[in-house]
Design a protein around this ligand. Structure first.
Ligand code: NAD
Ligand code: DAU
Length: 339
């Protein structure tokens, strides 16, 4: 069995590569990644030591490149993690989100249609459902919740989902989609809430909390997400969508306080800054379907997971340093300089 994993040099993709390499040593895995600012070959150093793993640098939106890889490799399975993923960047510059997330997914689907495939899996997000109000804790996203995206990022992911489902209906392509809540864990780029707050706290820099920090996210440890995706790819029903989440809701302020406490830093580092435009209030996944049909439930609770995550960043200070000492400085100034 040969699987192409796109976006395998990013946060979740890297964790997925290590997950499947340890679980399926007899299978072949190929990672395709453009190595944007969010991807790094350094993440895959350990994986590249395995004979059953290969890396190919390239863009999923480049049709000639993708068709050539499919012609040469004839993959059985394609799992699409590759995407532009940061909401704040999509507010500043939406175009690349359309190019990678919509056109790129379209190119992969066309390649699957032309060369044949046993399964195409789209790694999607709960953000396609829009948001839930803060004063209705009884409401959750199910697979039937209408798509109602808020940001250019989530609109591009929702568009990709519709394209995937259209290829199932029109061409009978064997597809599945998973929509997961916010992930945290090793290798996450420090533009996202948890690694950004850890990075700043470690350097005693201010922690920029949008608005009053009341928005709610539903956190899932990345390895639990990897396990769920693998289950959907192998046992999920073709043409179906599966929500992934573990009922682990926290306000952003709660998360930031937990990080500061864990690192022994003062809450005086917290700075309330101007809100994100169109900021989604609350995400909350109902994971009943994947639990009922595939027997999945998360293994890591938040208090354990956040400790492991903080420890990983402390132990891998050089990894963090390599990122924050480069182009990241310009990004940070642009995003937070006058906020
Ligand atoms: P990430 O930004 O850390 O990594 C994305 C990877 O995709 C990078 O390695 C990047 O180089 C690669 N990439 C970007 N454009 C590419 C292109 N045109 N061609 C090939 N490779 C390209 O993202 P992540 O947080 O690991 O997210 C992975 C997937 O999971 C995304 O599809 C995202 O929408 C989805 N998702 C993420 C979360 C989360 O909390 N991070 C939650 C639910 C779903
Ligand atoms: O829900 C899944 C989604 O989770 C994924 O599809 C996205 O790829 C991923 O980036 C994430 O989106 P969010 O916008 O929820 O994640 P982010 O880490 O950017 O922000 C989490 C919350 O923290 C959000 O309410 C905004 C807030 N925030 C974020 C940053 C970066 C701050 O208050 N300050 C910050 O500096």
């Amino acid at each position: 069995m040969k699987t192409i994993i796109t976006g395998g040099a990013g946060f979740i993709g890297t964790n997925y590569v290590y997950y499947v390499l340890s679980k399926y040593p007899e299978e072949q895995f190929i990672c395709i990644d453009k190595l944007t600012y969010a991807g790094s070959l350094e993440n895959l150093e350990g994986a590249l030591k395995n004979d059953n793993f290969r890396f190919i640098k390239g863009d999923i939106a480049d049709k000639d490149f993708i068709f050539k890889v499919f012609e040469e490799e004839k993959p059985d399975v394609v799992i699409n993690f590759a995407a532009e993923t940061h909401v704040d960047r999509s507010v500043v510059d939406p175009e690349v989100f359309l190019q990678t997330n919509v056109i790129g997914t379209g190119v992969l689907l066309e390649a699957c249609r032309k060369y044949g495939i046993k399964r195409f899996h789209q790694v999607s997000t709960d953000e396609v459902y829009g948001d839930l109000p803060l004063d209705r804790p009884d409401l959750f996203f199910t697979e039937e919740t209408p798509l109602h995206a808020s940001s250019p990022y989530s609109a591009s992911k929702a568009s990709a989902d519709l394209l995937v489902l259209a290829y199932y209906r029109t061409f009978n392509l064997p597809v599945t989609i998973s929509r997961c809540s916010n992930n945290y864990g090793p290798y996450q780029f420090p533009e996202k809430l948890i690694p950004l707050m850890i990075a700043n706290a470690l350097k005693d820099k201010p922690l920029p909390v949008y608005s009053k920090g009341e928005n709610v996210r539903d956190w899932l440890y990345v390895e639990d997400h990897c396990e769920a995706v693998d289950l959907v790819v192998r046992k999920g029903k073709v043409g179906e969508v599966y929500n992934i989440g573990g009922h682990n809701e926290r306000t952003n302020l709660e998360v930031v306080r937990i990080i500061l406490k864990e690192l022994g830093k003062s809450e005086d580092l917290i700075r309330f800054v101007t809100d994100r435009p169109g900021h989604d209030k609350r995400y909350a996944i109902d994971p009943a379907k994947i639990n009922r049909e595939l027997g999945w439930k998360p293994k890591t609770n938040f208090s354990e997971g956040i400790k492991m995550t903080i420890k990983w960043y402390v132990d891998n200070e050089q990894w963090l340093q390599n990122i924050i000492s480069g182009e990241y400085q310009n990004y940070y100034k642009k995003m937070y300089g006058n906020r």
